[in-house]
Write a protein that binds this ligand. Structure first.
Ligand code: PNS
Length: 163
């Protein structure tokens, strides 16, 4: 069985993430979307909230599950017996950071964990969770960035009603 992990912060999940999830789910038999529980960052959504959002978004994808993890990605992947990590590349600016992470993970895992990059579809190439949060914090329109139910939750966090 071909298994992969798609790790990230997903704070919050965007259409760009969903695009990568849908495409990776066609390549692999089982895809686990894994939300990093990062104690160093102060996220907008708790890990539990981010997992719930993702679970709702992938409810119609039978070979996709959602989990959270903490610690090193290589340790988590090993514990799940998964040899491949999926990451999305939007632009050349993502590449240096992603290449370094992929090489670090390959080294840390002694070659047992590979990273596969999927290029984000062009229509979502401009999207990031950070810009979604910035736009929403000024009550701007994020309907082109995230599904409606996510937009509603983001606006609630900033004390706005859904636009
Ligand atoms: O959505 P993000 O914030 O770009 O995701 C980054 C993520 C979660 C993939 C990365 O930070 C990660 O794997 N963190 C776990 C800690 C780890 O293994 N670090 C070593 C890799 S350099």
């Amino acid at each position: 069985m071909r298994k992969a992990i798609y790790p990230g912060s997903f704070d919050p999940m965007t259409y760009g993430h969903l695009d990568i999830i849908q495409r990776a789910a066609k390549i692999f038999d089982e895809l686990t979307v894994s939300v990093l529980n990062n104690k160093l960052k102060t996220p907008l959504f708790s890990v539990e909230e981010r997992v719930k959002i993702l679970q709702k978004a992938v409810a119609d994808m039978p070979n996709v599950k959602v989990e959270s993890f903490s610690g090193l990605l290589v340790d988590y992947a090993k514990s799940r017996d998964v040899p491949v990590v999926i990451r999305g590349l939007r632009a050349i600016t993502d590449f240096e950071y992603e290449l370094q992470n992929a090489q670090t993970n390959a080294k840390l895992s002694r070659g047992e964990l590979d990273t596969m990059f999927l290029t984000t579809s062009l229509e979502y190439a401009y999207l990031s969770s950070s810009s979604v949060k910035e736009i929403a914090s000024f009550n701007g329109d994020i309907s082109m960035c995230v599904p409606d139910f996510v937009a509603e939750l983001v606006y609630q966090k900033y004390g706005f009603l859904k636009k």
